[in-house]
Design a protein around this ligand. Structure first.
Ligand SMILES: Cc1cc2nc3c(=O)[nH]c(=O)nc-3n(C[C@H](O)[C@H](O)[C@H](O)COP(=O)(O)OP(=O)(O)OC[C@H]3O[C@@H](n4cnc5c(N)ncnc54)[C@H](O)[C@@H]3O)c2cc1C
Length: 502
């Protein structure tokens, strides 16, 4: 009978589903991962607007075997093979464009989806009976008395709870799992609210000069994004600062003020008002948009660790509160899931090897003898895996979160002249480090660093051991003369603590 490790995943969004798909690959003849997901939604219906996946996310989708999301029918890729083209708000001319650096395979080139289509593609790879809907996570707790303790508990609003060995918090930006372990973490409004819509592409068919690629128009204060999506859908996305639109002014805030809830229905007349002075293509797109929803943009400081009480970690927006900047959330969530899987896989293999040694593994191991099977991953091994995962992902996402927080500070700086706007567009930060990030290569580097440190520690151990041997031998004659056992002296010397210089 294989040993069972029960994994609780809070949240069945992109990060939660991708984690479930990835962690199922860990099953071996000896260890089975029982993965259960819990989501507050009462049904997984078509919700959300557009979502982009950049090359890093698409490569990970392929690694995960989610081939049903890689085709041009589900995700839209523009004919120019450029990830984004930047237009001037008033003249509509192309001012600049992003280019792929190293993405020769079309299926890895940036694709734009209706979020529900991407979500459904992932859902097809997760057994329905493992997803528990209508389960609103309130909090989480860990019994960390040791490896034989009960493990983790998820506490739900309906008074029920679930117990497991491992907890993965994938419950989004406002994560309750994160709050249970980092209660002091807060989210701030960045000063921007997104206005999004997705609708049937036939509504824009007749617009003259409509770009065939995904297009981003930049104005002095705001931007406008429009793109085809897979399955013949279309998206328009605007943004605004509620401070610019007090309710009493023309086109004013009203229901668009700072108190809006995430995914709240918006006022399409306000959306059209926002873009009324822009070029004819943008105006026509805003006029063709049938309805809008509002998404206030929130972000929070980077976390200092993603490892909590040895058995808990976070993935997706719960882990890095960048608040939707650079359309990076979906791809980051997929890479998180992959890195988590690779980290657990590495530690699982190392544990199995360890347990084949005569003395058996450490605390989570079977404790026993050649040929024994890995019984489970104990708290120490889980902590080791989550630390590898943290080292692979946290520095990368911290760079993004810090850049988002810095940019939010700078939101107030509006280009004073048209030339300044054009320079801002041309000199925008190059985000290839994010969009073409290689999670596999980063994981390999983290492992290499760990192995090097381990080798150095062992070398230091050996040098120290040799020194002890030498000293004990030097004293041997004297000790025997004094009638003290050789091993007692050796143990006494070995017991002296040593500070390793790494
Ligand atoms: C409904 C919805 C629509 C979205 N639409 C867009 C979009 O149009 N464009 C875009 O770029 N990004 C969108 N996002 C965000 C985007 O999906 C994420 O940035 C990215 O995919 C990372 O995914 P995630 O799984 O970490 O977070 P999310 O996609 O936010 O998923 C979190 C999941 O956890 C569940 N959850 C949250 N709180 C609890 C709780 N207390 N108890 C139980 N379950 C909980 C949610 O129902 C959700 O299924 C949307 C997210 C959601 C939830």
């Amino acid at each position: 009978m294989p040993t069972e490790i029960k994994v609780l995943i809070a949240g069945a969004g992109i990060a939660g589903l991708a984690s479930a798909i990835a962690l199922r690959r860990l099953d071996t003849a000896d260890v089975r991962f029982d993965i259960q997901l819990f989501d507050k939604a009462t049904e997984l219906r078509e919700i959300g607007a557009s979502i982009a996946l950049s090359p890093n996310g698409l490569r990970t989708l392929e690694r995960l075997g989610v081939d049903n999301a890689l085709g041009d029918d589900v995700g839209f890729r523009g004919p120019s093979a450029r990830p984004m083209i930047y237009h001037h708000w008033k003249t509509n001319e192309v001012v600049s464009a992003d280019e792929f650096v190293d993405v020769p395979d079309r299926k890895h080139q940036t694709a734009r989806f209706h979020r529900a289509h991407l979500h459904s593609a992932l859902l097809a790879h997760v057994p329905g009976e493992t997803i528990h809907l209508g389960k609103v996570v309130e909090s989480a707790a860990v019994d960390d008395r040791g490896d034989d303790a009960d493990g983790v508990t998820l506490l739900f609003k309906d008074g029920t709870s679930a117990k497991g060995d491992v907890l993965v918090g994938a419950d989004g930006l406002r994560s309750k799992v994160r709050r249970a372990f980092v209660p002091e973490h807060t989210l701030h409004y960045t000063g921007r609210t997104w206005i999004r819509s997705t609708f049937d592409a036939s509504l824009v068919d007749d617009i003259a000069d409509l770009p065939s690629d995904s297009a981003h128009w930049w104005g002095p204060r705001y931007t406008f994004f429009a793109s085809r999506l897979g399955k013949n859908m279309y998206t328009t996305v605007g943004n605004f600062d509620p401070d610019d639109f007090p309710a009493e002014r023309e086109g004013g805030g009203g229901r668009q003020d700072k108190s809006v809830r995430w995914d709240q229905e918006g006022d399409v007349a306000f959306f059209r008002h926002l873009y009324r002075d822009w070029n004819p293509v943008v105006k026509a797109l805003a006029d063709a948009t049938p309805h809008v929803r509002l998404y206030p943009n929130l972000a929070g400081e980077p976390l200092e660790s993603w490892v909590f009480a040895k058995r808990v970690t976070l993935v997706g927006d719960a882990a890095h509160t960048h608040g939707g900047a650079h359309a990076a959330g979906g791809s980051l969530a997929l890479d998180d899931a992959w890195a988590l899987y690779r980290s657990l896989e590495h530690v699982l293999k190392a544990t199995a090897v360890e347990q084949l040694k005569p003395k058996g593994g450490d605390d989570g191991g079977s404790g026993g003898g050649a040929g024994s099977k890995p019984k489970s991953l104990g708290a120490s091994q889980l902590e080791r895996a989550f630390t590898l995962y943290d080292k692979t992902r946290r520095p990368h996402t911290t760079r993004l979160v810090l850049s988002v927080l810095a940019a939010a500070e700078g939101n107030a700086t509006t280009p004073g002249t048209d030339e300044q706007l054009r320079q801002k567009m041309i000199n925008r930060p190059n985000m290839t480090w994010l969009t073409e990030h290689d999670v596999e290569a980063t994981f390999a580097r983290v492992l290499e660093t760990e192995n090097r440190q381990e080798r150095e520690e062992k070398k230091n151990d050996h040098e120290y051991h040799d020194q002890v041997e030498k000293e004990t031998k030097e004293h041997h004659v004297q000790v025997e003369e004094d009638g003290v056992a050789f091993d007692d002296i050796k143990d006494a010397i070995m017991d002296v603590p040593v500070v390793m210089v790494k």
